[in-house]
Design a protein. Structure first.
Lengths: 584, 98
């Protein structure tokens, strides 16, 4: 029986990361949605407009938390994949310190800067000016808490605690809604209360962080020794998200000014309806995309391109399927979609439907572009992601939207959105194909070729497989001119590790999978065993040094191999055994 | 794994291939079924390429059962890798290796 590689083990991890991630994004989007409803209902429509107008400022304020959270998590995941635990701790600490430093600076300048910033959006209206000033000021003051929460939430997920991260965001957003009602309705704190509720909600959520800090699975701990702390890599990985937030803010600012001037009241309502589609798609697809840095980052660091491609393809297609389903729902039931947002179309129904359908065209390419913006920085290919951001947030979108807004009004806006997304996908993919040929990458996932000189299989937890994998590894090693002694030792190490996992690793008798990978790097054989059994660190396995003899397989391989390293990554045991080839 | 048994002055058990997780079970079963009248049992490992901890445990179990009947177990002709396995596990001290 010949063993082959499959994705069954990592697929289980995909599900355990996917569900918390979807719930987390759902909670965050829900928090934002309810925020708007509460402000509009309890303070007034002017307050809601003011909070919407200052949104570009909030995007910029969120950069240290959101962008560094994503960038930092990518670098930490990659370093963990490379088994560089110290490097991962430094990257984690660096991201936290820089993020907190910037957010404290924002808080420090909150008082002098809020009123001038608010005046940019209030167009001389005193009430707007007051609301916007209060909102910006309180958001800036609480930015250190928000930034810390966003950063720690990202790191919790990558550090073996995706569920805790999800609970943290859900609790924070529930607390935010409760506190917002309290602050606005009971304490009558108005816009201060609305803005304060975000930071206060995350402050409540920090209770969950205590559990994370106490978690035995936690690897990331603060260090102030930041020498060689991957700062450059973090900024590189952060740049796409940061540029995206910044350009979205600029684009929103410019386009909103013209929309306000050009659209009549009816078109403004329809504009609100179609704009909210983004929220709906992000609500359902955002959680899927959100797991890219955690899972793909680690597999990229491990150079496990099989797992990387498998997970990336899944994320890509799941997102497209969700997008098609939502699009079909809106296409078939446009009236129901409008009613979700409290609007019942009674006149110009055909016009409304046309607007919805034209705007819908943009969403499949929109999700593909979102994938590009998340995936390529994770695999250290920043050019396609930056190109995507620059094209769809600046170069194509601005001139196209402004021209079509003037020539065709709301229909022009919808067409511009669709053309922008489609053109971005085409240009970026053409670029990738050219770049692939130059760098010898394969396909749109831009992966290096799976090394044919690598032994890579997955096996079920049956004892016979311990023997089979050992035989196949020895045969593979001998075929690649590895001396008999080292070939036998690597085969022995595989059998002992796999047998140990099968005998002691699983609490329940069910079908489980173990990934075994072996390759020759310079003069060293690297054998990696990955399983989802109970945590077991063979480096900490104790045995009596003074005993006359031992039948322990783990002791045997500890004595025969040159180095064993272990890490609990993605809640999987990852053991790497190194065997140096003597005389090479 | 191939197991051939010859009843001579001693009982000579020749092993060929691998003594691992799977084959050690066959080895133990075969030895349990064998009627051993000889005083000494020799395991000839000349053609045994590979032995894992499961194989070692099978040999140890055999040694214990033979000792109970006051019989001896000898291991002959270990190849270099099997010798190394015996050495690092201390089996060269427990079993009679020749």
């Amino acid at each position: 029986m010949s063993l082959v590689r499959n994705a069954k083990l990592i697929n289980r991890k995909f599900i355990t990361y996917l569900i918390p991630s979807i719930l987390m994004i759902f909670a965050m989007q829900f928090g934002s949605l309810v925020d708007g409803i509460l402000v509009g209902n309890f303070i007034g429509n002017e307050a809601l407009s003011a909070s919407s107008l200052v949104m570009p400022i909030l995007y910029v304020v969120q950069i240290p938390g959101f962008a560094l959270g994503i960038g930092g998590a990518i670098v930490v995941a990659t370093l963990l994949g490379k088994r560089d635990e110290i490097g991962a701790k430094k990257a984690y600490s660096f991201s936290l310190i820089v993020g907190m430093g910037i957010s404290i600076l924002f808080a420090a300048i909150a008082y002098p800067i809020s009123a001038p910033l608010a005046s940019l959006f209030s167009d001389g209206n005193a009430l707007y000016q007051q609301y916007a000033t209060e909102y910006i000021m309180m958001y800036l003051v609480t930015d250190p808490i928000i930034t810390f929460a966003l950063l720690i939430g990202s790191f919790m997920a990558v550090d073996n605690n995706p569920r805790l991260s999800s609970i943290f965001y859900i609790l924070s957003n529930i607390a935010k809604v409760g506190l917002e009602i309290l602050f606005i309705k009971v304490f009558d704190w108005g816009m201060y209360g609305a803005a304060l509720s975000t930071g206060a909600g995350y402050f409540v959520g920090l209770i969950v962080v205590i559990f994370y800090f106490a978690s035995k699975k936690r690897m990331l701990k603060i260090t102030f020794n930041l020498k060689e702390s991957s700062g450059k890599e973090i900024f590189k990985a952060t740049s796409t998200s940061a540029l995206n937030l910044l350009l979205t803010a600029v684009q929103m600012l410019i386009v909103n000014i013209f929309i306000g001037k050009l659209f009549n009241d009816f078109d403004l309502i329809i504009y609100g309806l179609i704009s909210n589609m983004v929220f709906l798609f992000d609500l359902l697809c955002g959680g899927v995309l959100n797991i890219i840095p955690n899972l793909c980052g680690i597999f990229y660091g491990e150079k496990d391109y099989y797992s990387l491609k498998s997970i990336a393809r899944k994320i890509y297609w799941i997102n497209i399927i969700i997008t098609v389903l939502i699009s079909l729902f809106i296409l078939i039931f446009p009236k129901a979609y409008c009613q979700i947002f409290g609007f019942t179309p009674t006149e110009n129904v055909d016009y409304i439907n046309t607007m919805l359908w034209v705007y819908l065209i943009s969403f499949i390419p929109y999700e593909i572009n979102k994938f590009s913006m998340n995936y390529y920085p994770t695999i250290d290919k920043n050019i396609p992601s930056m190109l995507t951001v620059l094209l769809r947030e600046l170069i194509i979108v601005l001139p196209l939207t402004l021209v079509l807004l003037f020539t065709h009004g709301l229909l022009g806006y919808s067409i511009a959105c669709a053309v922008n997304e489609i053109a971005t996908v085409i240009i970026v993919y053409v670029f990738i194909l050219i770049y692939d040929k130059k760098k010898k990458y394969k396909g749109i996932l831009m992966c290096e070729d799976i090394d044919p000189e690598t032994f890579d299989v997955s096996l079920e937890n049956e004892e016979v497989n311990a023997s089979i994998v050992s035989e196949q590894i020895i045969e593979f090693a001998k075929k690649h001119n590895v001396p008999d002694r080292e070939s036998s030792i690597v085969g022995l190490a595989a059998e002992e590790m796999v047998d140990n996992i099968i005998c002691y690793g699983y609490k329940k008798e069910k079908r489980n999978y173990i990934d075994v990978n072996m390759k020759l790097v310079d003069d060293t054989l690297l054998l990696r065993i990955r399983d989802d059994g109970v945590p077991f660190d063979p480096t900490k396995y104790d045995f009596d040094e003074n005993e006359n003899y031992s039948t322990s397989g783990i002791k045997l391989i500890k004595n025969l191999t040159d180095k064993i390293s272990y890490m609990r990554i993605l809640n999987l045991n990852n053991t790497v055994l190194e065997i140096k080839i003597k005389g090479v | 794994m191939e197991i051939s048994i010859k009843h001579e002055k001693e009982l000579v058990v020749s092993l060929k291939g691998r003594l691992d997780t799977v084959t050690s079970v066959d080895f133990t079963e075969k030895m349990n079924k064998e009627e051993i009248k000889e005083e000494v049992v020799i395991i000839d490992m000349k053609e045994l390429e590979y032995i894992s901890s499961a194989g070692l445990r099978a040999l140890l179990a055999l040694k214990k059962s033979l000792s109970a009947c006051k019989k001896e177990l000898e291991i002959h002709n270990l190849n270099p890798i099997c010798q190394e396995v015996f050495k690092v596990t201390g089996f060269n001290n427990v079993l009679t290796v020749k």
